[in-house]
Design a protein around this ligand. Sequence first.
Ligand SMILES: C[S@@+](CC[C@H](N)C(=O)[O-])C[C@H]1O[C@@H](n2cnc3c(N)ncnc32)[C@H](O)[C@@H]1O
Length: 294
Amino acid sequence: MNIDAWLGEAKKQIDALDAEIIALVGLSDILSSEIDRSFLCAHAEMEIPQRSLQKINQMLERRAAGEPLAYIIGEREFFGRMFRVNESVLIPRVDTEALIYLVQDLDLPGRPRFLEIGTGSGCIAVTLALEYPQAEVLATDISKKALEVAELNDVIHEGRIDLVESDLLENIDPEMDGNFDVLIANLPYVNPDWEWLDLAALQYEPQNALFAEEGGLALYHRLLQQLQEKIAAHNLMHHAEQDSTKLCHGVPWIKYLVFEADPCQHDDLVSLAEAYGWQLDIIEGYGLRFKVKQ
Ligand SMILES: C[S@@+](CC[C@H](N)C(=O)[O-])C[C@H]1O[C@@H](n2cnc3c(N)ncnc32)[C@H](O)[C@@H]1O
C-alpha cells in the first residue's frame, strides 16, 4: 500500500491531521532524517514497508477507538516544546499555557524560586526552568508514576528541576525549602456532575489527575488550608504572632499563587482564596493569580 492510499483510508476513520501525524511517526522510524507533513505529499506514491504498515495500522486502530493521539505517539507540545506523556499523566492542555504567561507577567527577582504542586508530566515546572535559566524550581506530585514522567522530561530538557513526592504541601517545609516567589498549581478540578462533561473523552487519562470533590475545588481548598497551617506551625516554632500568609519575620512564605480552574469555578475559587488571606490579582483564560492580601 502506498502513502496516498493509506492516508485516504485513515482519513475516513480519524481526523486528517491525526492520520498524517501517525503516518509520519510510523515512517520516521525507517527514514533517517526528520520528516514533516510535506514529505507525505511529495512521496504520496511511496510504498509503505510492511513493518511500518503494521505499526501505523495499530496506531490508527487505537485512535479510531478514541484513545488520545498524545498517548499513541507518546508526546504532546506545551509552550513550544515537546513533552513525553503516558497514561500516568494528564496530557498537557493549551489552556494551561496561561499559567506560564501569568508568571511571566510578574516582576520577579533575578533568581526566582518556583514551587509547582501536581506537576504530572512536568510541563509547567520544566517550562519555567527553561524560561528562567536562573530559577530554582521544586515540583511535586502525589503519583510516583507521574514523577517518573516528569523526571524523564526534565532530563530531556536539560535536568534543572527538583522533584518531590508529596500530598500537596505535606512534604514541603518552609524552614528547609525556603521562600518561593510563586506557587503554581493545576490541580484536578473537574466536577464529575458537570452536565457538559464528555466522560468518554476523559476515560484514558488518570482519574486522580482530573476529578475533585466540592464542585471540583476540594484540592485547592485543602492546599489553601495546608498553606495556612504550614505558616502557623512555622510561626509557632518562632513564637511569633499568627498571620495567615506571612512568616514570623513579616515576609510572605509564598508571594503569589497561580492556579488553573474552569471559568465557571472562578468566583468560588476567588472567595475561597480570599478566606485564606489571598487577594485576586488577575485572571487570564483558565488561570488565576493571587497575591498576599495587604
Ligand atoms: C490536572 S493534572 C496537572 C498536571 C500538569 N501540572 C499539567 O498542568 O499538565 C493534576 C496533577 O496533580 C496530581 N495530584 C492529584 N492529587 C494530588 C495531591 N493530593 N497532591 C499532589 N499532587 C496531586 C495528579 O497526580 C496530577 O499529576
